[in-house]
Write a protein that binds this ligand. Structure first.
Ligand SMILES: [Zn+2]
Length: 436
């Protein structure tokens, strides 16, 4: 009996378990953890330079990429965004831009925010602002400090504060770095310049050493090969403009290679110096015109015949044509030599109109290809390369653990670099940006 009754109890128990199990199977599966978004059917250009994945899937959870590749399973409960045939690459990173107050007509913060939004609308999801004015430095530091705690709807910004320069002693240079750090700089930028403002190698070495003591990377404005050698031999991390007076030589290349120094060409910076000698054709480009809410004031100024005549008559501006040709040659030489290239434009700087935040990053990439880099090399420079020279660890590639800043394109930029302009959508920290 005991046996039977035991058997009877076991039968009853198994019946209960069967019902319970059936109930479990019929209920919708509740995925563990935060919601997952799956971008499916996409060509993935991951930013590292490796061959693209066709028909891939990217999983996003909160602000991060959790998986990416050809054989990624979409978990139950994920929100699927079918992007069949689209190309997904990391959001663009500008290793040398400027977020500065340029408006005559609106409050500073509003102007800075709309400029960061314009970068993002063009797919530039991170910008390193290498140079502020006294009046806008604190506002940009404040924007940087608040960006980690918000639903980001604008490009992420980092800032060097004002570019420091013309120190005549090591002590003065160190004190200047200390002041910049105390005022919120997260990188250090300085100008090499000729004449009495020129800093000695000893002073530059002290300046860079002070920044490194505080764990900050250093970027320098240069023009000549000789200046580039001086800063590289003084320990610089990034040459923040092109060498524009002569061909780079083996001595510089070897010094940059052995010290792992990055190079930011800023070709559009030089283009902007002379191109407004006439009304440029791109003012009519619909891709340019999507930025007119921000660009409009300067377009009016630069379309003025008197302004254009001044550019035509300015010897300094005209001389930059040859400098740009030289810069183009040197970019190819340094890229071929394996130097780390980071895309940067000098867009948005005050005092030099016509450096379009957003549009010029795409022109820069076009010019880099025209200089002789492959589209893949340029895409790397504009993503992981710019992240590397800027010491940004969790943006610039599509891989598990990276921030989900993504540029979705309607056409493949490996076929034609101008296809970066075929923007389908921009994603910031895992959320699709609403364009405006
Ligand atoms: Zn600059």
């Amino acid at each position: 009996m005991v046996r039977n009754s035991m058997r009877g109890w076991a039968v009853a128990l198994s019946a209960v378990l069967a019902i319970f199990g059936a109930a479990c199977q019929s209920a919708p599966e509740v995925p563990e953890g935060p919601p997952v978004t799956a971008l499916t059917g996409v060509r993935i250009i991951d930013g590292t330079g490796q061959a693209p994945v066709e028909g891939g899937t990217i999983l996003i959870s909160e602000d991060r990429i959790t998986a990416a590749g050809a054989n990624v399973e979409v978990p139950a409960g994920a929100t699927v965004v079918n992007l069949d045939g689209k190309t997904v690459m990391p959001g663009l990173i500008n290793a040398h831009g400027h977020v500065q107050y340029l408006s005559d007509s609106m409050p500073m913060r509003d102007d800075l925010v709309r400029r960061l939004r314009m970068y993002a609308n063009y797919g530039v999801t991170t910008v390193v602002s290498l140079g502020q004015q006294e009046d806008d430095r604190d506002a940009v530091v404040a924007l940087r400090d608040e960006q980690d705690g918000m639903e980001l709807d604008r490009a992420r910004v980092y800032t060097s504060g004002p570019s420091t320069r013309a120190h005549q002693s090591s002590e003065a240079a160190r004190a200047a770095v200390t002041d910049l750090v105390n005022r919120g700089a997260d990188r250090i930028k300085f100008h090499m310049q000729g004449g009495e403002g020129r800093m000695s190698g000893e002073t530059v070495t002290a300046l860079i050493d002070e920044a490194h003591t505080r764990d900050l990377r250093t970027f320098s404005h240069i023009f000549t090969l000789e200046e580039a050698k001086l800063i590289v031999n003084s320990g610089i991390d990034v040459v923040a403009h092109s060498v524009r007076d002569q061909d780079v030589d083996e001595e510089l290349i070897e010094a940059m290679r052995s010290r792992n120094v990055g190079y930011v060409p800023t070709l559009t910076r030089d283009l902007s110096v002379f191109t407004y000698e006439a009304t440029p054709a791109f003012f009519q480009d619909p891709f340019f015109q999507r930025g007119m809410s921000v660009y409009g004031e300067e377009v009016t100024m630069l379309s003025d015949e008197t302004y254009q005549q001044e550019v035509r008559a300015d010897e300094g501006a005209q001389a930059i044509k040859a400098a740009l040709t030289q810069a183009t040659r040197n970019l190819k030489l340094l890229s071929d030599a394996g130097i780390q290239i980071g895309m940067g434009t000098d867009s948005g700087v005050r005092g030099n109109p016509g450096r379009w935040q957003g549009y010029f990053e795409h022109v820069e990439m076009t010019m880099m290809v025209e200089a002789g880099m492959t589209p893949m090399q340029v895409l790397v420079a504009a993503t992981s390369g710019a992240a590397a020279v800027s010491a940004l660890d969790d943006v610039g590639t599509i891989a598990p653990g990276m921030v989900a800043d993504l540029l979705v394109l309607d056409a493949n930029p490996l076929d034609d670099i101008n296809n970066t302009r075929q923007i389908n959508s921009v994603w910031l920290e895992g959320r699709q940006l609403n364009g405006d």
